[in-house]
Each structure stands twice: as C-alpha cells, then as structure tokens.
Design a protein around this ligand. Structure first.
Ligand SMILES: [Zn+2]
Length: 498
C-alpha cells in the first residue's frame, strides 16, 4: 500500500522530466492502477474513462513522515472509472486511492468474453519505454512478443486479455521503430549523419589518418560507406590470399520510404587451419559495409572504390591494392557484375566467360589465372533452378488428365532435374562434365528404358556415389536424392522445403 502512495507521489516528477515543452496527455496514472487491478482481475481489459485528483495541499505528507500516517488521516487522493473493452462484457469498476495508501476497488457487472475476441490496452508511458529498452538491446520484436506470450496467465489466455503483448505483432514492431528514430541526433537526416560521423571520428581511431567508422555519406540516393582503419590493415594483410564473400539484406534498417539494403564484404575465417585446409567453417570477419537504397552494380563499384581510395591514403598511392582469389556471392547479378568490374576490370560477363573457357580448356595465360574468380552460391543456384523447373512443369497443365500426370511429374522430376544439375556442377573437369552431359542426354532423350538408357543411368548413379564419398563435395541434393540404376528416384519429404 505504501508503495502505491509513494509511486503516486513520484508521478509528477517523472512526467515533468520527460515531456516538458509539449502538453502531452499523461497516462502514467493508468499504469499505476493497472498494476494492482491486474492482480484482482486478469480477465478484463479496462478502458479508463476519467479520473479526479485531489488538489488540496493538506494531503501532502513529508517523505520522512510517510510511514507514520494512521488510517484516520485517510484523505482522498485520486479516483477513476473504467469499463471492460470487450463487446459483450459489462464489467466496470470505480477505484479510489487514499492518502494512507489504501486502494478500494468496486467492481460492477458481469464478465462475458467471446472466445474469438482478443483485446489489449495501448502500451504507453513507462511500460512502452521498458519494452523499447528491451528491443534496442538485441531482441527482435517478434522474439520478444513470443517471450512475453509465455508470461500470459491462464485467465489472460482464456479470456483474450493480451495487455502484456499488445493487440497485434505490429505493436512491438512500432515500438522498436520509434525507439530507433529516437536515436537520431538531429531531425534532419543529413545533419544527424554528419553528427554521427563526427562523434565516431572522435571515438574510433581518433587522430589517425582514417578515423571513425562511417566514412562516406551520400544522401540522394542514400549511400553510407562504413569501414575502419583496422579493416584496411586486415585487407592489406590477407585480402590477396583469402576468399571473400559479400551479400545484402533488406531486413536490418528501418525505412519509411525506399527499402535500405545493408551490404557487407566479409573475409572467411582467417585462423590458420582455414587457409591451409580450405575449411571455410568458423566465424567470418566483416571488412567493410554499406547501406544503400539502390541495388545497382555501380553502387557496389563505388563502395569498393571508396574503400580502395582509403587504402591508398593509408598505404601510399603506389601500393598494390590486394585482390582476392575468389569472391563468393548469392546468385544476384549485381554482385557478379560488380566483382568482375572492380576486381578484374571486365566490363561484361562474356569477357569473363571467355576467360573461363580458356581456363577449363587449359589454354589460359598466367595473367588469366591471376584474376579473381566469381562464385555464385550453390544453394541459391539450385533454388533458382528448382523454381524454374516447377514453373516449366506447371505451364504444361492443359487438361485435367495431364494435370494429374504433371503433378506426379512435379514430385518426381524436379528432384531428378536438380540431381542431374548437381552432378554437372560437381564435375572436376570439363571432360568429366562432358561425359556426364552425354549420359544425361541419353537418359532424357530415350523414349523407352532401352539398353543405352540403362548404361547411362548406371553411370550417373555411380558418379553420384563417388561424389558422395568425396569429403570436399558436400552437396545436399546428391546426398539426399537417390537414383538407382533402374532410374527410380527417391528423396526425403523434407526435400520439398528446399
Ligand atoms: Zn471483461
């Protein structure tokens, strides 16, 4: 009871500190009531209609005498009326807090909630701030909501009282986006970014030739290039020897307008075993990153050019900028084109393909072999291939008979097509690939399961077995799709989720 009084007396200080200039409606008193109401009624979701404060100075009790008040000194402090939000429910209450800390709640009506109805009070004031704090310190809105759902009481669930988690997942997401906006140093984006850059240059590598983390700010189109001097030093040391990868994701930065992508160039694990045994497991290390709301080849090229410029500033303009042996990316064309353009100076993909052709035919020059290889992620490639295959088969649905036939084929042929593709991808040399391709053609073009079909499918099945034994070829499809020498294809049901 005394805590209640104490908190109610603290209230004016809290609001005056947080919202001095604006006449914002203060709802903190509701949180105060809710804390106690939820202990006696955790089924209803109350909406507060009005409240009355006592303005009498006589009720003010000095802090040191707070614990000495007797029940006789009880004076009216605050009262409120509230009614349950649920459509059918008639439950309401009138509550009064007295100066001695007593809280009297008088409930009226009967509780009646439809099982399909779920309601929640708006999350405001201190409860909103505490959620915002949790959301800015690592948890995602959906994770936090899931956690809070676990704290709902049995009655909360049974009667649809979702006060703890808000009426929809959107509530927590909104709180997070508000919290992020409040981190801005200025209302104007460019000023805010300039201030962040300034702040960082005083905290990170201050006084060195490349201070800070945020290096380039371009507002339209938005492009922020980020790296530290440490990243440049690391690049100087290993950039020319280790595989690098880059990727983009659109889910990190909140944006009200155009979607902002976060790009990152990382080098694979640089602890000694990874370089010597080609083992790419272990944590990778980000060297530089970029935020951009355009997703074009030249954006990526510009990003790396800025990185190179800073490298030259640090290591001298005549120094050789390290170029990695392999650049991994998902299948996105922008990454492939940007890597070709920046690292190899190839203006078109066909220039690169021509060089690849000379390499696989063993007619490449030393200069050709020194250039960076551009790899696409196999998983993305296979996913794309599956998408194309499914699209192709679904196009053939003409009559209902052929529809059933095609459904059967969808299930059967797509894994088979991916299996064939995996065999081709996993070939070590152009000769091996050509051999497999020949067998693939024989299998696919044979009208019946004749003897040449049987030979070819056995050869393919054998090749798959050999690839499975090779520890360097860890391929989900070859491992999980089994095609026997009679051409029967078996695969686990989880395959459809790939
Ligand atoms: Zn109710």
């Amino acid at each position: 009871m005394f805590t209640l009084l104490f908190e109610s007396k603290l209230k004016p200080n809290v609001t005056s500190a947080d919202t001095p200039p604006m006449q914002k409606r203060d709802s903190e008193w509701i949180n105060l009531f809710e804390k106690y109401i939820s202990k006696v009624n955790d089924t209803c979701v109350f909406m507060y209609k009005d409240h009355h404060y006592s303005t009498s100075k006589s009720i003010k009790v000095p802090d040191d005498k707070r614990f000495l008040i007797s029940t006789d000194d009880k004076k009216f402090l605050i009262s409120t009326d509230a009614k349950c939000k649920f459509t059918e429910c008639t439950c309401s209450f009138h509550a009064i807090i007295y100066s001695n800390g007593e809280l009297i709640i008088k409930f009226k009506g009967s509780i009646c909630h439809s099982p399909s109805e779920q309601r929640a009070r708006p999350i405001r004031g201190t409860s909103r701030r505490s959620i915002a704090e949790k959301l800015t310190s690592g948890s995602s809105p959906d994770q936090l909501r899931l956690k809070e759902l676990g704290h709902l009481t049995d009655n909360n669930r049974k009667f649809g009282n979702y006060n703890l988690v808000g009426s929809s997942p959107h509530v927590f997401r909104k709180i997070r986006s508000e919290a992020k906006t409040s981190l801005m140093l200025d209302k104007d984006l460019s000023v805010s970014l300039e201030k962040i850059k300034e702040e960082q240059s005083q905290e990170i590598n201050a006084g060195k030739s490349i201070p800070g983390y945020l290096q380039t700010i371009t507002i339209c189109p938005l492009r922020l290039i980020l790296f530290t001097e440490g990243g440049l030093v690391l690049w100087n040391k290993v950039g020319g020897n280790v595989p690098v990868s880059w990727d983009a994701t659109g889910g990190i930065v909140m944006s009200r307008g155009k979607r902002i992508f976060y790009y990152e160039l990382t080098i694979s694990n640089i602890s000694t075993p990874s370089i010597t045994t080609k083992n790419l497991s272990g944590p990778s290390f980000p060297v530089t990153s970029m935020l951009s709301n355009t997703h074009k080849t030249l954006d990526l090229v510009h990003w790396l050019q800025d990185f190179e410029l800073a490298y030259r500033k640090l290591f001298g303009f005549n120094s050789q900028f390290p170029k990695p042996p392999i650049v991994h990316s998902d299948g996105a064309l922008v990454f492939q084109q940007a890597a070709l353009r920046f690292f190899n100076g190839d203006l078109t993909i066909s220039t690169y393909l021509k060089r690849c052709w000379t390499i696989v035919n063993k007619t490449a020059t030393k200069e050709d072999l020194r250039k960076t290889l551009v790899h696409s992620c196999l998983a993305h490639f296979v996913k794309n291939l599956k998408h194309q295959a499914v699209k192709h088969y679904s196009k053939q649905k003409v009559s209902s008979v052929s529809f059933i036939f095609n459904v059967y084929f969808d299930c059967f042929q797509v894994p088979f097509a991916l299996w064939i593709m995996s065999l081709l991808i996993n070939s070590n040399s152009i000769e091996e690939m050509a051999g497999i391709w020949e067998h693939v053609c024989t299998v696919l073009l044979s009208p019946t399961q004749n003897s040449s079909y049987s030979i070819s499918i056995s050869c393919l099945s054998n090749a798959a077995d050999n690839m499975n034994k090779d520890p360097n070829k860890d391929n989900f499809i070859i491992k999980n799709v089994k095609v026997d020498s009679k051409g029967v294809c078996r695969y686990p049901t989880t395959f459809n989720q790939v």
